[in-house]
Write a protein that binds this ligand. Sequence first.
Ligand SMILES: Nc1ncnc2c1ncn2[C@@H]1O[C@H](COP(=O)(O)OP(=O)(O)OP(=O)(O)O)[C@@H](O)[C@H]1O
Ligand SMILES: [Mg+2]
Length: 361
Amino acid sequence: MALLEIRNLTRRFGDFTAIDNISISIESGEFFTLLGPSGCGKTTLLRMIAGFDLPDAGQILLDGKDMANIPPEKRPIHTVFQSYALFPHMTVSENIAFPLKMAGSAPDQINSRVKEALDDVRLSNLGARFPQELSGGQRQRVAFARGLINRPRLLLLDEPLGALDAKLREEMQIELINLQKERGVTFVFITHAQNEALALSHRIAVMNQGKVEQLDAPSRIYSFPKNRFVADFIGKISIMNAQVLEASPSHLRLSVAGLGEVTAPSKDGVKPRDTGVLAIRPEQVRITHHTEEVELKNNFTGKVQGFLYVGDVTTYIVELPNGARIEALLPNSAPGSAQFFETGDSVTVSWRQDAGTFLND
Ligand SMILES: Nc1ncnc2c1ncn2[C@@H]1O[C@H](COP(=O)(O)OP(=O)(O)OP(=O)(O)O)[C@@H](O)[C@H]1O
Ligand SMILES: [Mg+2]
């Protein structure tokens, strides 16, 4: 049985539907992420799981038990917010101890649990400080420790790393993965940063306008986006209009306007004459000087329109004869050489027949 079962959940504000008939089941021990653009309903969904808000329709079951009439403080769930929500007049230790105090635990038990929790988040020597005497990352660790102290079945995290700078954010991501592994607590994590979702999660629900567009493991979301929204939202991708010429179990033969034929991986439910787009990731596209021999059948010549150097890799934007643009990514692995092509160069872009995805919605 799933730990958390969300069944046909709907939430409306006036005539606006914020959560539109969502069903998700989350297994015990999972690091589950809700990912989507601002306003897609992530916080609304989380608030209903926590019990701060009630659905207009549908059910939330935890360990098979309907949560409809269970108030938030009676649910074995804790929520960590982006704003940390630490009590400013309490020390770090007192903040962490708070949920145990509320639950009426014995003082010596509280002390030993708090000590253990401080160790877990590497704040052992800061227990006597007040929140305003801590850095952002340290405050967030206090919030995690407080969230885990009474061993909830489910920890809900609403953009907990949103306020941290990039480097600290990455460090905290690693700590979060370790904390989740050690404690075995089930996490429901919210972010609108796709790289963070890919790095942390066992599974991701990509949300848009109150609905789940795709629910899958990170690698499947990235490599096999179900539709244009997911393809566009996760990572970089080039998109070209295409029509299906032939659909066989092993591959698709597509016609790309102004370019010619492209062979792409097969896809269920796709039939000849279907129209849609061919979507391809920059790292799947090879770029070579147009004078070089290319062994891949999917190959087209074009002109370098520009490039984006970001240190470890450079992305080249190539304009094809049909006016479409395709991005190709090259690692800058040789020291010093960070630019292999100039704007205006004639190049060939090519990709394997098992690369790219045809999307018809
Ligand atoms: N109490 C409310 N009354 C009316 N509309 C609301 C209320 N709460 C949320 N909404 C609307 O519901 C939609 C979803 O809001 P929600 O806060 O769940 O988005 P989100 O995905 O968490 O976005 P963000 O990434 O910006 O935090 C938004 O359009 C928001 O304006
Ligand atoms: Mg939100």
